[in-house]
Design a protein around this ligand. Structure first.
Ligand SMILES: Cc1cc2nc3c(=O)[nH]c(=O)nc-3n(C[C@H](O)[C@H](O)[C@H](O)COP(=O)(O)O)c2cc1C
Length: 197
């Protein structure tokens, strides 16, 4: 009688346990992308990114934000033109998520923190979906134009519009030479106390 155990089970090849660093590498690889192909995002992908935004944590769980999903290419291009150079990623983006916040000087720092948290989560989520994203910062002198293009009332503002799309082949490549993208660890991370100079 033949042995019913498949060969793969009889001589298992031990699968290497990924290191902690390997497990967080997708996060490390999440980068700013500014060039996208013409391929649109699917409705399911946009929906997933909007859910990530909605579930982001905010100070005191106030959820001060509202999110605008922008798919109209003409609007995306006009936003790009209005805020160059910071908004250049919107030239080729096939969609974007605008983080709309209340105008409230008393909460400016807290809102900026919330804004950053949600923007980064959207970038990470795009990477998890095999897409890419880019933060575009709406300068103070551009907010009026952005407000008009997006139909925002006077008591709402927008600082961050995350450009979304499928990255071009060129955009997939590292922007810096190996070892140049970040300061060396020894210059950035210290144990327990500020290092003696
Ligand atoms: C607070 C903040 C604002 C940014 N604003 C812009 C922006 O307006 N336009 C842009 O193209 N990139 C913007 N970026 C992206 C940075 O330029 C980018 O993260 C940095 O150059 C490092 O590149 P990498 O993320 O691909 O490693 C911003 C990033 C942060 C954190």
């Amino acid at each position: 009688m033949s042995d019913p155990t498949p060969a793969s089970e009889a001589s298992p090849v031990p699968s290497p346990v990924p290191s902690s660093l390997d497990r967080v590498r997708p996060l490390i690889r999440t980068r700013q992308v500014r060039e996208f192909t013409d391929e649109p995002l699917s409705a399911a992908e946009i929906d997933a990114l909007a859910e990530v935004a909605r579930w982001s944590g905010s100070s005191n769980n106030r959820q001060p934000w509202r999110f605008l999903v922008i798919r109209d290419r003409a609007t995306l291009r006009r936003l790009a033109e209005a805020g160059l150079p910071q908004t250049r990623a919107l030239h080729t983006a096939t969609a974007a998520l605008a983080v709309v916040l209340p105008v409230d000087p008393a909460r400016a720092i807290s809102h900026a923190y919330d804004d950053g948290r949600v923007a980064e989560r959207i970038l990470v989520a795009t990477a998890m979906l095999g897409l890419a994203g880019g933060i575009t910062w709406v300068r103070d002198d551009v907010v009026g134009a952005a407000r008009d293009l997006l139909g925002l009332p006077a008591d709402r503002t927008v600082r961050t519009i995350v450009a979304l799309g499928h990255p071009t082949e060129a955009a997939r490549h590292p922007k810096s030479a190996p070892g140049q993208a970040r300061l060396p660890r020894a210059e950035l991370v210290f144990d327990e106390r500020w290092p003696a100079s």
